[in-house]
Structures are given as C-alpha cells and as structure tokens.
Design a protein around this ligand. Structure first.
Ligand code: SAH
Length: 250
C-alpha cells in the first residue's frame, strides 16, 4: 500500500469521521495537538478513529480551550481488524508499555492480558494505559484498525472457556521447553486456521500451567530458539515468526 502525507501527524479520535464535518477537540487531545504536536491554526493532520478510515483534516481554529478541526478529504480506506490475538502475562510497567506497542506494530488485532501464577502485577492492571499505548503505536505506524484490548482473564479460566469463547482457534504457545527445531513446521500445520499467541511472564509458566497448556488439543507449543528471551523480546520474536510463516509477511 503506498503511503502518502508521510510528514503529517496522525491523531486518533473517538468521534465519527466524514468529509465536511467540523468538531471541537476535548481538553486532552487539544493539549496533545497544540503542546505536544505543536500544531497551529491552518496546519493539517491525519485523523482516524479505527472505524471510518483516515481523513485529511485542518485546524480551522486553534484555541487553548478546545480547537476546532475540519475534516477535508478522505485519505485512506479503513482496513479490517487483524484476526491475530496476542495473549500475554502482564509485565511491569515499562516493559508492558513496550510490549503492547510492539505487538500493535506487528499487526495483532486483539490484546488479551492473562494472569498466571508467576505474573507480577504492581497494583491492578491498567487497561486504560494499555489502550493509550495501543493508540500511540497505531498513530505512529499508520495502523488504521486499532487493536481491541480485552479485560484480563486467568490462565485457568481462559483455557476452560476456550471451546466456547475461541472455538476453532489454535493457541500458539511460546514454550521454552519445546524442542529447538524451528517453529515453522508446527505453524505450517495450522496455517489456515485462526490463531492466538501466548507468551508467559518474566518468571515463566509454572510446571502445572505448562502441563495444562500442553494437554489441550488446541494448543501448539513453539520454540523461539536455544536462548531464553525476556517476555517482551519473546513477543516480538514470536510475532515475527508467525507473520513471516503464516501471517501477513508471508
Ligand atoms: N522460564 C523462565 C523465563 C521466562 S521467559 C524463567 O525461568 O525465568 C518469558 C516467556 O517468554 C516464557 O514464558 C515464554 O512464553 C517466552 N519465551 C522465552 N524464551 C523462549 C524460547 N526460547 N522459546 C519459547 N518461548 C520463550
């Protein structure tokens, strides 16, 4: 797909978008536009909302309390949401932010936090922060279909509910105990099926959890090579392997 307006900033907004529409930005987005993006009256930006495609827009009126934006022209058609799910044990803040951004860049359509025995959470999981990171990555990487962030679920419940919630979907499980003979053959066997990727916490899966996973017929263990990777690295490596073998980098 050709990319245009490379130098125009992209802004995600909630509002419906269509040519000819004008609207006021809320305080947070107005602040971002004027103080972070440093935009002025008359400047152009690209707007997207994850539903209507991307639009060229102009700052019709810049105001500290709420600028008015005019939608000028359609810029790119909406792309469908990717069917690739990324399921992950939440990490501590900085690494979690990184992992969520990278997973978005790598083309996942759904992010599913999974609580495991060795998951180390400081306080409760901040879903809003995950969403903000997803949006930031989408803005930077010209992704129009913003991945959906789902509420956290325990690993046991996820597995229990799989046949109803994820019927027909394979769970590709990054398993450092899997034979180190390349993930490609295992992936090729499921190349036409919907899949989810699961990566464990920094402390790995417990022996019980690993057994639970390996006992499921929908579970496909893959190795990421002879080195133990940190969870955020494992996410990027596994997604690159999946996308290049059976996904949109094929
Ligand atoms: N078991 C570990 C390290 C966990 S690494 C320990 O003893 O601390 C975090 C997660 O990354 C793992 O749960 C696994 O899903 C994934 N991972 C890391 N290296 C991997 C490899 N070589 N192959 C497959 N998965 C790997």
């Amino acid at each position: 797909m050709p990319r245009h307006h490379k130098n125009l900033n992209r802004l995600f907004i909630d509002a419906d978008l269509r040519v000819g529409k004008s609207f006021k930005l809320d305080m947070a987005q107005n602040n971002y536009l004027l103080n972070v993006m440093r935009k002025k009256e008359g400047d152009q930006i690209i707007l997207f909302n994850g539903r209507d495609g991307a639009f060229l827009a102009e700052i019709a009126e810049a105001h500290r309390k709420g600028s008015t934006i005019a939608v000028i022209q359609a810029h790119a058609k909406q792309t469908p949401t990717s069917d690739l799910w990324y399921m992950f044990a939440p990490l501590k803040s900085g690494r979690l932010d990184y992992m969520v951004q990278k997973a978005t860049e790598m083309g996942v359509g759904h992010l599913q936090p999974v609580i495991t025995q060795h998951t180390q959470l400081v306080g409760s999981l901040k879903i809003d922060k995950i969403r903000a990171n997803v949006i930031e990555a989408a803005e930077q990487c010209e992704i129009l279909s913003v991945p959906k962030v789902h509420d956290q679920v325990s690993l046991v419940k996820l597995i229990e509910q799989w046949p109803t919630e994820h019927a027909g979907r394979k769970l590709v499980f990054a398993d450092e105990g899997a034979p180190v003979d390349g993930a490609a053959p295992s992936l090729m066997e499921i190349k036409d099926q919907p899949i989810a990727l699961l990566v464990g916490p920094e402390g790995g899966f417990s022996a019980d959890e690993r057994k639970l996973l390996l006992d499921q017929e929908f579970c496909v263990p893959i190795s990421l090579g002879p080195r133990i990777l940190r969870a955020d690295t494992a996410a990027v490596a596994a997604l690159a392997i999946i996308q290049s073998n059976i996904g949109d980098l094929r």
